[in-house]
Every structure is written in structure tokens, then in C-alpha cells.
Design a protein around this ligand. Structure first.
Ligand code: WT7
Length: 656
């Protein structure tokens, strides 16, 4: 990084203060085997898709999905409503299972599972097809039909994927709720969706303890009047209250059903799932995804970005409660006939080397995880990594937040041994699949950049006036043309869909993130629009100041927010967790460090040391709460997505 503040600001543009010059081209050995071997190959493919998106996606869909009946129209686009592959009939469960079994992959392992206590299971594509079919028959027996909503609150066990695929098989709509949410959150989501059936387990293992999931579900169901039945997977065998007539054991119901169930022939646009996302503010929105477009997009982006090879052992550490788990644990990799690793538990149980033990044990080749995890590994220390042989890894991925260059370099060197490309994948629950990412054999990477858009994706960066900003300047990231994986709406609230995503910049999808494009055409995500800080009329992005802080050896994590300042408009407040001890000297040193790295304008006015940062359950820092604390406000708004409530109290205690 070097000092480079461009002070010529026009309407709504954001100053950039970070310049990252390191460039990492893929190694020849990696490139030789990959699907896209050069920037030119990528560019040709990309340009062809932009020149004729209809021809492009039509050819993709014909070749890469199974069609019971072919589609007759590729796209019906009436902004903001898209319908893809009209007239066609397909089934996502068929594409994930039957299509692979028919192609000779019946004996290939589909899911390798490791429970937190250490059990292991391997399930072939044929076995998975049978398990899914059997559970689909259970769903039918309980009166579930196409279009009914099934609420799923389960641990990361194969049965969670089986439940999702069983719904897909019969056209039921799943709504997976991360098994860390409260009873209140489950009930809200069940009521919003009108869920008819609840799936759960007796409990789950987390850091060696049993969490009694069914008890939480019982509280939720007392406030979920639309739910008629509840099916309970026996996972831990703890004492579990069962309500006669409503609650049923999974194994008892399943054992009475046949293991064959033909996949329903579903319209391309029949709903596949709802997934609730809060972002970091307001009432959760049920993001609605449909069958064919989503399935195609998840499959192809999986194959492109992870450069899928038949013998890969692919591990995405996300829980199926998030979109990453939907697209890159279940629908993408299984449609592609991949072997997917699923791990139930915590990364630091029984010790901080659990992930690396798993990589070594199963010879994992592709690892896809989140910056919040990477920062934790850095904090825990290199010795946990060094104990294990990670030589099976060939590709690494990151998702969920921007990855600071410092963390990127650590991931590259310590986990990737300097030889694995890193795919920094930018996307959202709403986009269904990855939108921007390096294609690892074709695009040289830069630490902190998600590099280039995938084929068929046309990003635009616009200012407040809706006009595109100059190359190099930051602005609002929008997407200009529809793509098959895009959300189709917000469940039960079409007005909110229109308002939130399609009103501010007419005709374009508003992502809610800021970004800039550098002189090589690489994209840099600058954080959420709401997180911009305005210091003396200069709009700065949080991630750049955070990256400067994290590049100091004493810092583990940093979150930067604006607070009101009479003179400057906003002042910069930084919340910092340390690798070692705090001191007044370090505070001064950090301010100077930021000044040196990116300039006086970005120097934090306030640095607060804290033992932890408030995060959502998916690991994103909740800057909204920090803004309130920094400005001395009692925190307002919704905190139901906060992972650890004690963090807020701790932060207040840490105040001087
Ligand atoms: C938001 C979407 C995408 C699946 C998991 C999160 C941020 C996500 C990146 C990245 C910078 C990123 C954005 C985005 N984000 N990936 N690689 N670099 N920021 O899904 O909960 O819907 O969150 O996460 O702000 O808008 P989500």
C-alpha cells in the first residue's frame, strides 16, 4: 500500500486511499490443468456472453441441466421481474442425483461427513439418491405438496442436505434457518413464510456440548400456528420432549417408506427455496429463488470458480443455513458430481487445529472459507497449522466479507503454501451464486480484490446521480443485466423488492455495496453503502482503513466506523482486537501507522481496544452497532442476528 489520496471529488464518488500492487499469476502447473488457461480465454468467453446473453445462457442451460421438457423461451425480462427458461421442466434434485447416477457416478462419494465428536460417514451418489427419495416419500406422507413451505432447523449433518433435496424433489419450498438462531427468529420466519412443516434434530454438538435444538423449536412452534408437523432427526440421543400427534422421529417415518421416488417435473420458475437474510439492519427478508436459473447458475459458477476436477475433495466450511451452503455445499457441487466434505462443528474443537486435521485426514484439495475464520486462525497462531500436512490443497476460496490484504497473504502463504491461487468471491444471498471472482487458471490475483465479473455478469459503478463514475473512483456497485441466479423477489413483499433493489438506479440491480475498478479493470469491494465515512467532505470506505490497521503486526481484527464530528462532519472511530497486550503507546503507534500507510485524512481519531467485535452469526462485523457505541448512543434497532450478546456489554465496558 502507498499513500495515494485523490482529493478531486465529484458528486457521490468515494475516495480511494488504498493501492495494492502485488500481483499473483497462477502457477504453470495449476494453469495447465484448469478449464480457463489464460486471460484471453476468459475474455473471449466473457465477451461472447455480453454480446449475446440469450444465446449464451440458452446454450449453457441446454448443455448443463437435465430437461424433462425443453424450454421454449430463454428469458422474459420485465424489469425487475425475470423469468428464465420458460416452458421448460426440470428438477434440481434430479440434476444433483439422478443425472449423476445415470452418468455412471452412482458409486462416487457425494458427501464425506465428519461430526464434531469425530464420526465419519461417506455417502455415494446412489445412496444419496435413495435417502433423498425415501425422505421425499416421508414429506408426501405428511401431506406436503409442491409449493408448500418446509422450515429446516438442523445441524450440519448429511440429513440437512437430504432434507433440502427431498423438498426439491417434490417441489416443496425449503426455508433453512441457521441452527444458531433463537426461537423468536424461527417463529418470525415460519410465520412470514407460512411454513407447514418443521424439520429439526434432538440436538447438535458445538464445542463438545450438546445444544438441545428441539427445545428451541418447541418454543418456536408454540408461536408458529401454520406448522402442522415436526420431524426430528435423532442426532445426539439426548432426552427430547415429543408432542404426540405433532412430532415424529425421522428414522421411524423413513423406515416405513420406499427408497424410490421419481423427481417431480417442475416448471423452470417453480420456487426452490426461501432464505431469510437480514443484511445487518431491519426485518429479515425472505429472498426467493426458483428452480432452473438458480440451479444452472450454482452449477456453472461452481465449476468455473473452483475449477472443478473429477478427483477433487472439495470443502466449503459454510453452514447450509447460509446461501453459501445452499449454492456451494449442496446445489452447485452436487449438480457437478463433486465430492463434498461437510463438517458439523467448531473450528477450535477439540483444539485450534481442527480444520487442518480435517484437511490432512481427507486430503482436501479445494477449501472455501470466510475471512472471519481466517482472522481467527491468524490470532490462534501458526503452530496449529504447522502441525499438519496441507500439501493436498490446490485452491483456496474466500467469501462473506472483504479479505484484508494482510489476511490474504497469510492464507496464501500459511495455508496455500504459496502455491494455491485464492479465489476471493464476491456475491450475495440475492445473487444466488458468485458474481465476481478470479477464474483461478486465467486471472492473476491481487490481495483484496475479487478481480473480474463472471461470464454473463455486467457490473456498473455509479455515483449518486446514477451516472457511471470514472475508472478508479468508488461508487455504488450495480448489475446491469439479468442473470439466471438472481433473486426473483422477496417472499410476500414485492414492493420491498422493487424499492430496495431497483429504485435508486433505474433499470439496474442495486447491490448495496460500494466498489471501484482499478486501471487493470479489477474490482475492489469497498463495503456496504451505509458504511461510508465522510471526513471533511471526503468519502472513505471502511475496508481500506481497516486493512491499514490489520497490516500492523499487533492487530488481529479491526472495524472502522464514522461518528459525528462538529468540524469534520464525521470522525473515524476504530475498534481493534489485538494479538497481544494493549498500551497507550500502541494506540499512538496505530494512528501513525494508518497515517503512514494511507494518509492523514484516514487517521483514526479514536482507537478502542476490545476483546471481541460484534458479529452476525455468519461472521460479518455489525458496524451499525459500533456506530451507535462510537457516537455514545444507546444502541437501537434489531440485534437479533448478533452472534454473541455479551460482546456488546464488553464493548461498553471497554469504553474509557
Ligand atoms: C454481502 C452479502 C455471498 C455469500 C455470503 C454472504 C459482502 C460477500 C464478499 C467479498 C467483499 C463481500 C458484501 C455483500 N461480501 N463476499 N468477497 N468481498 N465483500 O452473503 O449475507 O448475502 O452478504 O457480503 O457486502 O453484499 P450475504
Amino acid at each position: 500500500m502507498s499513500q495515494n489520496v485523490d482529493h478531486s471529488n465529484s458528486e457521490g464518488e468515494i475516495d480511494t486511499v488504498m493501492v495494492e500492487q502485488r500481483l499473483f499469476p497462477p502457477a504453470d502447473e495449476f494453469r495447465a490443468k484448469s478449464q480457463f488457461k489464460s486471460l484471453e480465454e476468459y475474455q473471449q468467453f466473457y465477451d461472447a456472453a455480453v454480446a449475446d446473453p440469450i444465446a449464451f445462457w440458452s446454450a449453457q442451460a441446454k448443455e448443463h441441466l437435465h430437461w424433462f421438457e425443453p424450454f421454449t423461451q430463454t428469458l422474459d425480462w420485465n424489469c425487475p421481474n425475470a423469468r428464465w427458461f420458460l416452458g421448460g421442466k426440470t428438477n434440481a434434485s434430479y440434476n444433483c442425483l439422478d443425472a449423476n447416477v445415470d452418468a455412471g457416478l452412482g458409486d462416487k462419494v457425494a458427501i464425506v461427513w465428519e461430526g464434531e465428536p469425530g464420526e465419519t460417514r461417506q455417502i455415494t451418489y446412489r445412496e444419496l439418491q435413495e435417502e433423498v427419495s425415501q425422505f421425499a416419500n416421508v414429506l408426501k406422507r405428511l401431506g406436503i405438496h409442491a409449493g408448500d413451505v418446509v422450515s429446516i432447523y438442523m445441524p450440519m449433518t448429511p440429513e440437512l442436505a437430504i432434507a433440502m433435496l427431498a423438498c426439491a424433489r417434490i417441489g416443496a419450498v425449503h426455508s433453512v434457518i441457521f441452527a444458531g438462531f433463537s426461537a423468536e427468529a424461527i417463529a418470525d420466519r415460519n410465520n412470514d413464510a407460512g411454513a407447514k412443516l418443521q424439520l429439526t434434530s434432538d440436538g447438535l454438538y458445538r464445542r463438545g456440548k450438546v445444544l438441545p435444538l428441539k427445545e428451541t423449536v418447541d418454543q418456536a412452534l408454540s408461536k408458529s400456528p401454520t406448522v402442522e408437523n415436526c420431524v426430528v432427526l435423532k442426532r445426539v440421543g439426548n432426552e427430547t420432549p415429543m408432542t404426540a400427534g405433532r412430532d415424529h422421529w425421522w428414522h421411524e417415518l423413513a423406515s416405513q417408506e420406499s427408497r424410490t421416488c421419481p423427481a417431480e417435473q417442475l416448471d423452470s420458475e417453480s420456487p426452490l427455496f426461501i432464505l431469510y437474510t437480514s443484511g445487518s439492519t431491519g426485518k429479515p427478508k425472505g429472498i426467493r429463488h426458483t428452480t432452473a436459473g438458480y440451479n444452472l447458475y450454482a452449477k456453472r459458477t461452481f465449476q468455473w470458480v473452483f475449477d472443478h476436477q473429477a478427483d477433487d475433495i472439495y470443502w466449503c466450511t459454510a453452514d447450509c443455513g447460509w446461501i453459501t451452503g445452499h449454492s456451494y455445499v449442496v446445489y452447485g457441487p452436487l449438480s457437478a458430481g463433486a465430492t463434498v466434505l461437510m463438517y458439523e462443528g467448531a473450528p477450535n474443537y477439540p483444539a485450534e487445529d481442527r480444520f487442518w486435521e480435517i484437511v490432512e485426514k481427507y486430503r482436501v484439495t479445494v477449501l472455501y472459507t470466510a475471512p472471519t475464520a481466517i482472522r481467527a486462525f491468524i490470532k490462534w497462531g501458526d503452530e496449529h497449522v504447522e502441525k499438519h500436512d496441507l500439501s493436498s490443497l490446490r485452491l483456496l476460496g474466500s467469501v462473506g466479507e472483504g479479505i484484508n490484504p494482510q489476511a490474504w497473504m497469510w492464507y496464501h502463504e500459511k495455508i496455500g503454501g504459496g502455491r494455491c491461487p485464492i479465489v476471493d468471491t464476491w456475491w450475495q444471498t440475492e445473487t444466488g451464486g458468485i458474481m465476481m471472482s478470479p477464474l483461478p487458471g486465467a486471472i492473476a490475483t491481487k490481495p483484496g480484490s475479487c478481480t473480474k465479473p463472471l461470464p454473463g455478469i455486467v457490473p456498473k459503478i455509479v455515483g449518486e446521480d446514477g451516472m457511471e463514475v470514472h475508472r478508479g473512483r468508488g461508487g455504488m456497485l450495480c448489475i446491469d443485466t439479468p442473470w439466471p441466479g438472481m433473486l426473483r423477489g422477496i417472499w410476500g413483499d414485492e414492493q420491498r423488492y422493487q424499492d430496495q433493489y431497483w429504485s435508486k438506479v433505474p433499470g439496474m440491480y442495486l447491490t448495496g455495496d460500494n466498489a471501484r475498478q482499478d486501471s487493470d479493470g479489477y474490482y475492489w469491494i469497498m463495503g456496504r453503502i451505509d458504511d461510508v465515512i465522510n471526513v471533511s467532505g471526503h468519502r472513505l470506505s471502511t475496508i481500506e482503513v481497516e486493512s491499514a490497521l490489520v497490516s500492523h503486526p499487533a492487530v488481529a481484527e479491526a472495524a472502522v466506523v464514522g461518528k459525528p464530528d462538529e468540524i469534520k462532519g464525521q470522525a473515524i472511530a476504530a475498534f481493534v482486537t489485538l494479538r497481544g497486550d494493549a498500551s497507550e503507546e500502541l494506540r499512538k503507534d496505530l494512528k501513525l501507522h494508518v497515517r503512514k500507510e494511507i494518509g492523514a485524512l484516514a487517521q483514526p481519531d479514536d482507537i478502542r481496544f476490545t476483546s471481541a467485535l460484534p458479529k452476525t452469526r455468519s461472521g460479518k462485523i455489525m458496524r451499525r452497532l459500533l456506530r451507535d457505541i462510537a457516537s455514545g448512543k444507546e444502541q437501537s434497532g434489531d440485534t437479533s442476528t448478533l452472534e454473541d450478546y455479551t460482546v456488546l456489554a464488553k464493548l461498553r465496558d471497554d469504553e474509557e
